[in-house]
Design a protein around this ligand. Structure first.
Ligand SMILES: Cc1ncc(COP(=O)(O)O)c(C=O)c1O
Length: 423
């Protein structure tokens, strides 16, 4: 009998919504280029602009504020680099770029590249032990160099822990200093209200494959009147800010999936919050010394995402043991060239490097059920015990759940190497 798979990795990628796939197939059957003047081209252009309108309506934006991109990474790169360059064109003194320490590599890497190229002075802002930005530190930086900050970039919700950031406070502080804010909202729209107009943000990145559209779809929402320098140059598509023949079928998939996700957002969010609470409560009973990175907090976290820290385990071992039992989850950090590297998110939160090794991300989505959570809980005690035995065998010493406890086993090492995390 075939094994039932339990998919608990929605933060990496959500299953494609059947309605999105159907709508895309219809567009793929249409010939032509949306920039052509003939009937075929005009028909595609209509689909493209209808899709743009739907994306805008779902995210509190005007259609002309939606730049379609090939996913969240491109939207983040375009925002960070394009906004900095445009701001510097207006005023060359704007040399500073401020980002949080827990950003996704899609923000951190372009920021680092701008610094390495001598374009900006990069400041990586600290977070507290729950992973939330230290707003006081931001205010201090803004006040220290008036007129010199080009951009602040702060994610909406963290992809590893699910922790939500204090964006309203950040937008208020930056507005007072005349500084635009970009937010990577890739993890947010399935359960959070993402509304460009209401947010006060200058730019917001979204990705389709977290809400049921295919990988390779996404958008940068750019508030009207905000100057942006394009990364790519070519034809005049997307107001010249993201040139390239328009992928109309992808735009359609994004629009259909996003519209559906926003329509059921509150219902899904409520359901997932209850499942997550049950998961965390029962997991804590089953596994000794379990820690939830960022805390249990409802209202301070995405309702479907939880990063479990399992002392004495390696996240990779947990992942493979669960995978063999039909359960798909993710580690908090992945291996780089075979060497385990600590998550930069957990390091920024001050989590002990040894504890961070046992990170396991469970992320629920709209198709998740109680049976999925039960399957994980049923497997967890055995899997954790096996992972603890495996690690104890390679690195002898006291292991939590056996003798000596966490402190005896912990060898604090803090790495600032960014993790390559799926999603
Ligand atoms: C917070 C965050 N930002 C950016 C990305 C990149 O998005 P994409 O995979 O669409 O390039 C992801 C997901 O992988 C993410 O979780």
């Amino acid at each position: 009998m075939e094994q039932r798979r339990v998919y608990l990795d929605h933060a990496a990628s959500a299953p494609v919504l059947p309605a999105a796939a159907t709508a895309m197939a219809e567009v793929l059957a249409m010939p032509g280029n949306a920039s052509s003047a003939h009937a075929e081209g005009r028909a595609l252009r209509r689909v493209l602009e209808d899709s743009r309108e739907q994306v805008a309506a779902a995210l509190g934006a005007r259609p002309e504020e939606v730049l379609l991109t090939s996913g969240g990474t491109e939207a983040d790169n375009l925002a960070v680099t394009g906004l900095v360059r445009a701001r510097q064109r207006e005023d060359a003194r704007r040399r500073r770029l401020l980002v949080s320490a827990v950003e996704h590599p899609a923000v951190l890497e372009p920021a680092r590249r701008l610094a390495a190229d001598g374009v900006v002075d990069l400041t990586v802002l600290p977070v507290d032990e729950r992973g939330r930005l230290d707003v006081g530190a931001l205010e201090g930086e803004l006040a220290r160099t008036p007129g010199q900050v080009a951009l602040v970039s702060l994610m909406w919700a963290n992809n590893e822990t699910g922790v939500l950031q204090p964006l309203d406070d950040v937008v208020a502080a930056c507005a007072a200093a005349g500084v635009p804010v970009h937010s990577d909202a890739v993890q947010a729209p399935a359960t959070q209200r993402v509304d460009l107009a209401a947010s006060g943000l200058a730019a917001v990145s979204v990705s389709g494959h977290k809400v049921g559209a295919p990988v390779g779809t996404g958008a940068l929402l750019l508030r009207r009147g905000t100057a942006l320098a394009p990364l790519a140059v070519g034809g005049g598509h997307e107001r010249g800010l993201r040139p390239g023949s328009s992928p109309v079928a992808l735009a359609r998939g994004l629009a259909v999936a996003l519209t559906a996700a926003v329509a059921e957002r509150d219902e899904v969010g409520g359901r997932l919050a209850a499942l997550r609470a049950e998961l965390l409560a029962r997991a804590a009973q089953q596994v000794s010394d379990l820690v939830v990175a960022g805390g249990h907090g409802l209202g301070t976290s995405l309702p479907g995402t939880a990063l479990l820290l399992l002392p004495g385990c390696d996240g990779d071992a947990l992942l493979y043991l669960l995978d063999a039992r039909g359960i798909a989850v993710s580690t908090g950090s992945a291996c780089s060239a075979g060497a385990p590297t600590a998550s930069h998110v957990l390091a920024a939160m001050g989590v002990d490097g040894d504890l961070a090794r046992g990170a396991l991300r469970v992320s629920l989505g709209r198709t998740s059920s109680r049976a999925d959570v039960t399957a994980l809980l049923d497997a967890l005690p055995e899997v954790v015990a096996a992972a603890r035995r495996a690690r104890a065998a390679t690195a002898p010493g006291p292991v939590p759940g056996t003798a000596g406890g966490l402190r005896g086993a912990a060898a604090p090492t803090r790495s600032r190497v960014p993790a390559r995390v799926g999603g």
